[in-house]
Ligand binder design. Structure first.
Ligand code: NAD
Length: 312
């Protein structure tokens, strides 16, 4: 399959390497000049579960998008706030048959993608694979993961199953989901609590879990997500989701980790995806007339922190 990875950062690189090793024709699009240069010179280098590899790729910047390559599948892997610009950039690679798969964290990305591709070609998913970009053209890919995905338009189930099969054949442990919107909301609840709160409180997940107010804050935020989700026909099981979040506090599991937003914002002074997590709940809350004071406040606090740290 002819696959374009739109945003070849940490996650885009993981999927690119696995899909190419799985026999697909993979092209990369990215906007970081040093990254492009390194990949052109040495291939995309990766430490894949301890094995050092270098995989050659065709890679283009947004200023040199080829008009001759029309993708069967575009896999978008920018940060959420970069998605619109990326979709605009890759318009020449979108043909009649091109499908777009979005595995970004956060809520509501279909609204952005719909501006460029009809809904019968859009597929949404969730992934628990991880990846770290450690320098230009160089990624660290450890551990296992999975992907679940679904069509957003009824009647396109077979296309979604076929896409899942392409990813599964490449070792990405992908499956068709009967209710991807539930999974997306459930994962957004994890990000919508731990990401922002650990970043503001300057703690890892286990330390956050030990605070006397963790339960109350998590419960209230998940209730806000659930109240909004109901208006989109997603009925979150609040106590299950809270329990799922609390399971992450275990120091023997991922408790000692700092969430990705912490690493982006506090360590690297990068802007965050808050507007597509808690911020999305605030926007949808206004639309559905559901009060979301905790999500509103957390979004403002993270933006204030971005300002203080001059995040870019
Ligand atoms: P990243 O910042 O490493 O990669 C994004 C890439 O997109 C960068 O290389 C950037 O140069 C490129 N890019 C952005 N806008 C562009 C544009 N207009 N033109 C060209 N290139 C552009 O981000 P990531 O960590 O790979 O995360 C991608 C998404 O996956 C996010 O939604 C994140 O929350 C989600 N996610 C990440 C992980 C992880 O372990 N890193 C795990 C699960 C989900």
């Amino acid at each position: 399959m002819k696959i374009v990875i739109a945003g070849a950062g940490a996650m885009g690189s993981r999927f690119a390497i696995m899909l190419k090793r799985g026999g697909n024709d993979v092209t990369l699009i990215d906007g970081w000049p040093a990254h492009i240069e390194a990949i052109r010179e040495h291939g995309l280098r990766a430490n894949l579960n301890g094995e050092e590899i270098a995989v050659p790729f065709s890679i283009y910047s947004q200023n040199e998008i080829p008009t001759t390559v029309q993708a069967d599948l575009i896999l978008v892997f920018t940060k959420a706030m970069q998605l619109d610009q990326m979709m605009q950039t890759i318009k020449p690679m979108i043909g009649e048959q091109t499908k777009v798969l979005c595995l970004l964290n956060g809520i509501g990305h279909e609204d952005t993608i719909e501006k460029y591709v009809s809904t019968d070609k859009i597929f949404l998913g969730n992934t628990i694979w991880t990846a770290d970009l450690i320098g230009p053209g160089n990624v660290r890919l450890f551990g296992d993961g999975s992907v679940e995905l679904q069509n957003i338009e009824p009647g396109k189930e077979e296309d979604a199953r076929q896409l899942a099969a392409v990813l599964a054949d490449a070792g990405l442990n992908a499956s068709y989901s009967e209710n991807i919107r539930y999974s997306i909301y459930r994962k957004a609840c994890v990000n919508g609590t731990l990401n922002g709160l650990c970043s503001i409180l300057n703690v890892n997940i286990a330390q956050f879990g030990q605070t006397s107010t963790a339960r109350a804050m998590v419960q209230t935020i998940v209730e806000e997500f659930a109240a909004v989700a109901t208006h989109e026909s997603v009925e979150l099981d609040v106590s299950e989701v809270v329990h799922h979040i609390e399971e992450t506090y275990d120091p023997e599991g991922i408790g000692m980790h700092y969430p990705s937003m912490y690493q982006d914002l506090i360590n690297n002074h990068r802007k965050t995806e808050i507007d597509y997590i808690n911020g999305a709940i605030s926007r949808k809350g206004r639309k559905y007339q559901v009060p979301t004071p905790y999500c509103d406040f957390l979004t403002q606090m993270i933006h204030a922190k971005e300002d203080i740290l001059a995040a870019e």
